[in-house]
Design a protein around this ligand. Structure first.
Ligand code: NAD
Length: 480
């Protein structure tokens, strides 16, 4: 059984307490590795190492930092198959999806920010003939990075890459449910050329290791991706220290299907957007709002498509969906569906836990589930399920569609399907969400601002937004 270790000051180390947590493999429910149950003393050691390493890393030429990140990207690429298999085993997602999406994107994150810092510009402002200002950008210090379990390496590196590129040192705490690819990454950091202490990874729970990182006085910046309720706790813990914080949180994302949409494209993309990665992507569509005149035809085709999606062994190349991340998460998803059923909502397909044969019988499988919802009031239309569950709701007018779309506490992403340019642009303006896709979904350019409105987050990541978050500006004014 693999024993995961912390990575502190360039060395692989045991947690000081000697305590470990079980790491469960979602596809068959077995404990297949163990990870450190790190506490405040491990975090303090990692922060001290990062603090010591900061002046030298900050002082490096940006070309040197970029070259190290490029090398790290190349090293991951050379082990893409190993990383993809590990991500699938740890998270439950199909291996082919990790090969196509998660690991390539992690590589791209390092390459993108290695390039971005070489092209970063700083501002100068001339006030009068004899007065001018120039603005310096400096790394913040030790960055605390906390990431979730759904896209483990993809989202961890989305923080690591800009934090390191801009000259910060890092203490990262990956999700305790999916530590394996972060552990594999620690095995490449020294070879890539990262000096000891620049990038530290501490494994453990949110309540112990995560909280210790948030509350550590020498960590001036916290970048968090995870649940909305967790962010509220982290915000309160970080506030007394005036920490710089970024929150990328949950969603209850609508897909709007207008009657003039290209139906083939809308059905195919909506199936992907509802069920890709078992519906465990913050950007997944979980509420489909469909113009009443095409509701029946769309619903019939969508439900047929959902039933045809292959749920199976994540190792098999034809599995579109694998297992949910944990037994606890599957129970949470099943609970939402059970309550919707009790409230009288009609389950059009799915809605019962799936038991696969043989070795997989203890795995955490849940099928694509489609629920008919008359309006925005049921719990299933308001709360994030974060699983393969989507509701279908008809709308009669444009105003009704927008009202339904905005009638949740969240504002992360929306996908609009129409052939009418005016409808598309109007809806893009009227919907409260950080990401609007028109006739597409999860089409990502790493330069654009990424983040949520309302309970979906505070701040934006991506491109210059990340470069700005991980640096402090200092304006210098000169009188000649
Ligand atoms: P979570 O909030 O339970 O955990 C996220 C991370 O925070 C984990 O590493 C966890 O250990 C840590 N954590 C938990 N409590 C903590 C505390 N008190 N102090 C410090 N750290 C703590 O979320 P999750 O279940 O891992 O992820 C699912 C959630 O993440 C969903 O809501 C999903 O929408 C959201 N998410 C958002 C985005 C985005 O970019 N907006 C992307 C992916 C996931």
């Amino acid at each position: 059984m693999e024993i995961i270790r912390n990575y502190i000051d360039g060395r692989s180390v045991e947690p000081r307490s000697g305590l470990y947590l079980d790491n469960v493999r979602p596809r068959d429910g077995t404990v297949y590795s163990r990870l450190p149950d790190s506490d405040a003393s491990d975090v303090a050691e990692a922060v001290a190492a990062a603090k010591r390493a900061f002046p030298e890393w900050k002082a490096k030429k940006r070309q040197e930092r970029a070259a190290i990140l490029q090398k790290l990207a190349n090293l991951i690429e050379g082990r893409l198959a190993q990383f993809a298999e590990a991500e699938s085993e740890d998270q439950g997602k199909p291996k082919t999806l990790a090969e196509r999406m998660d690991i390539p994107r992690a590589i791209e994150n390092f390459r993108f920010f290695a390039g971005a810092i070489l092209h970063q510009e700083e501002a100068a402002h001339q006030s009068t003939d004899s007065v001018f200002n120039y603005t310096l950008r400096e790394p913040v210090g030790v960055a605390g990075l906390i990431s979730p379990w759904n896209l483990p390496l993809y989202l961890l590196t989305w923080k690591l890459a800009p934090a390191l590129a801009t000259g910060n040192t890092v203490v990262a705490k990956p999700s305790e449910l999916t530590p394996m690819t972060a552990y594999l990454l620690t095995q490449l950091l020294t070879e890539a050329g990262l000096p000891p202490g620049v990038c530290n990874i501490v494994f453990g729970t949110g309540a112990r290791a995560g909280d210790a990182l948030v509350a550590h006085p020498d960590v001036p910046l916290i970048s968090f991706t995870g649940g909305t309720e967790t962010a509220s706790v982290i915000g309160q813990r970080a506030a007394p220290f005036y920490k710089k914080t970024s929150f990328e949180l949950g969603g209850k994302n609508p897909g709007l299907i207008f009657a003039d949409a290209d139906l083939d494209a809308a059905v195919a993309a909506s199936l992907r957007s509802a069920f890709l990665n078992q519906g465990e992507i913050c950007l997944c569509t979980s509420r489909l709002l469909i113009e009443a005149s095409i509701f029946d035809v769309f619903a019939t085709r969508f439900v047929a498509g959902a039933k045809a999606l292959k749920l199976g062994d994540p190792r098999q190349p034809d599995s579109f969906m694998g297992a949910l991340v944990s037994q606890g998460h599957r129970s949470k998803v099943a609970g939402f569906v059970a309550r919707a059923r009790e409230q009288g909502l009609q389950i059009l397909c799915g809605g019962e836990e799936v038991v696969l044969p043989g070795d997989l019988s203890k795995g955490f499988y849940y099928p694509p589930t489609v629920i008919l919802a008359p309006d925005a009031s049921p719990e299933i239309m308001q709360k994030e399920v974060f699983g393969p569950v989507v509701t279908l709701t008809p709308f009669r007018t444009y105003d009704e569609a927008i009202r339904l779309a905005n009638q949740t506490p969240y504002g992360l992403a929306t996908s609009i399907w129409t052939q009418n340019l005016n409808t598309a642009h109007r809806a893009a303006r009227d919907i409260q969400a950080g990401q609007i896709w028109i006739n597409t979904w999860m089409n990502r350019d790493l330069r654009v601002p990424f983040g949520g409105m309302k309970a979906s987050g505070i701040g934006r990541e991506g491109g210059r937004h990340s470069l700005e978050f991980y640096t402090e500006e200092k304006n210098v004014c000169i009188q000649i």
